[in-house]
Write a protein that binds this ligand. Structure first.
Ligand code: UDX
Length: 433
């Protein structure tokens, strides 16, 4: 099928490359010429395992191209809208200006019968509003939310857990078009939920709200564990054996960040307030607060291992990305903690395998170094803030030989306390004695 993808960020670039890989004829469109030039030359504009290889192989088939000109979308049967919906600067609500701009720029190029398929995460009610505009041009609208995780974006797009189509009641043509697009996925038995616009929009924010709640639940248990001498990691293992609870997304630590979870729960709260059902989502305010308190607790632990004050202390920060296998530092708890410590007068030396450049753009004054060893040289304390494999596998004896003081705070419960203590380290972690 001929398709266009409007917006080539994390979501759109991966979607475009994956759809071409599935055999479709794809044009990816974005207003950012630098991004388009990179994508067109087969280079992913951000760190995402497998994406550059997929771009290169899809570009080589001739089925994938990129453009800054939205008129190149003309002729496609399905147009995906995959632009960002960030949090507004002055409220919790989502900023829909890029979605609105994408739809209005696409409008003159739509042919009757075309399908516009929204992928962006939007406040419930948006699809209904946009459908009226798209239908005015004789085209159709569906909402087809995306659940990809950064770091696994290619795998999640090619082999999703489920497909969700929000369509107008009785719009069989849109269902058939999406089924044809995703035929390879559907033939593997992937469940597909066909529903209305509002449900499809809500599925996405409800899923992210649930995941955020699960993380904040275990982080709340970490707070209680800290007050009682209990070990939150063992608690998570023990409750996780209950299949109704499950162990995934029960890793206590510095909490969630990134371009989705934080802004999606806030946007959801803002929309609920507009709808007069804010009481129903009051708990998300608590989820957000628990999450942000972990960062304060991390600063407290740094203070503690530095003898009560971090001012003038050399602190090594290992990890800046909001999670491993990503260079994304949007709302990253790790970068936030590094910046807070620097503001408190600590001499912070920070490193990350992939996220130094992205961090530098947001926090230009922090001191960045290339490796964990460089960061740790002469340090009074080492903080592990993102659980990259290379930090999980650090040798406590070897690292112990370069630091000034053997003090480590494990912000992600990713190190073996026994091994670190055996090597003479003062080991502290969130939610563990
Ligand atoms: C998330 C959703 O998982 C995905 O389905 C949606 O499409 C987009 O938002 P992503 O932002 O890529 O994906 O990250 P995810 O893997 O969900 O992690 C989010 C944050 O939670 C990270 O900061 C991570 O470190 C943190 N986290 C995750 C925990 O603190 N503990 C856990 O047990 C799991």
């Amino acid at each position: 099928m001929k398709i266009s993808v409007i917006g080539c960020g994390y979501l759109g670039a991966v979607h475009a490359a994956c759809m071409a890989d599935l055999g479709h004829d794809v044009v990816g469109i974005d207003v950012d010429p630098a991004k388009i030039a990179q994508l067109a030359s087969g280079v992913a504009p951000f760190f995402e395992p497998g994406l550059s290889a997929l771009l290169a192989s899809s570009l080589a088939t001739g089925r994938l191209r990129f453009s800054t000109d939205v008129s190149d979308a003309a002729g496609a049967a399905v147009h995906f809208v995959a632009v960002g919906t960030p949090q507004l600067g002055d409220s919790y609500a989502a900023d829909l200006r890029y979605v609105d701009a994408a739809i209005s720029s696409l409008l003159p190029h739509l042919a009757p019968g075309d399908l516009v398929a929204g992928k962006s995460t939007v406040p419930v009610g948006t699809a209904e509003r946009l459908a009226a505009i798209v239908e005015g041009a004789g085209a159709r609208l569906a909402w087809n939310p995306e659940f990809l995780r950064e770091g696994y974006a290619v795998k999640d797009t090619l082999s999703p857990d489920r497909l969700v189509y929000g369509v107008r009641q009785g719009d069989e043509a849109s269902v058939a078009a999406l089924d044809e697009l995703y035929a390879a996925t559907i033939s593997r038995g992937t469940p597909r939920v066909v529903t209305d616009f509002a449900t499809a929009e809500l599925v996405k924010v409800a899923a992210n709200a649930f995941l955020a709640t699960k993380i904040s639940f275990i982080n709340a248990m970490a707070e209680v564990a800290e007050a009682t001498g209990a070990d939150v990691t063992q608690l998570a293992d023990a409750i996780g054996y209950d299949a109704r609870i499950g162990r995934r997304f029960l890793n206590a630590g510095l909490g969630f960040g990134g371009g989705c979870l934080p802004k999606d729960i806030r946007g959801f709260m803002a929309r609920a307030e507009e709808l007069g059902v804010d009481q129903a989502l009051g708990f998300l305010r608590e989820v957000d607060s628990i999450n942000l308190r972990r960062r304060e607790r991390m600063v407290d632990l740094a203070r503690e291992v530095c003898g009560g004050d971090v001012a003038g202390k050399r602190i090594a920060v290992l990890g800046l990305a909001f999670k491993p296998d990503s260079d994304d530092v949007r709302d990253s708890p790790a970068l936030d903690v590094a910046a807070r410590l620097a503001e408190l007068g600590a001499v912070v030396r920070a490193t990350d395998p992939e996220a130094i450049e992205t961090s530098r753009r947001l926090r230009p004054t922090l001191d960045y170094v290339a490796t964990a060893e460089e960061a740790a040289e002469g340090a009074d304390a080492v903080l592990v803030l993102t659980e990259w494999a290379q930090y999980r596998e650090l040798d406590p004896v070897q690292l112990g030989s370069v630091v000034g003081t053997r003090a480590i705070v494990d912000g992600r419960n990713c190190l073996d306390p026994v091994a670190w203590r055996a090597a003479g380290w003062h080991y502290r972690a969130l939610g563990r004695p």
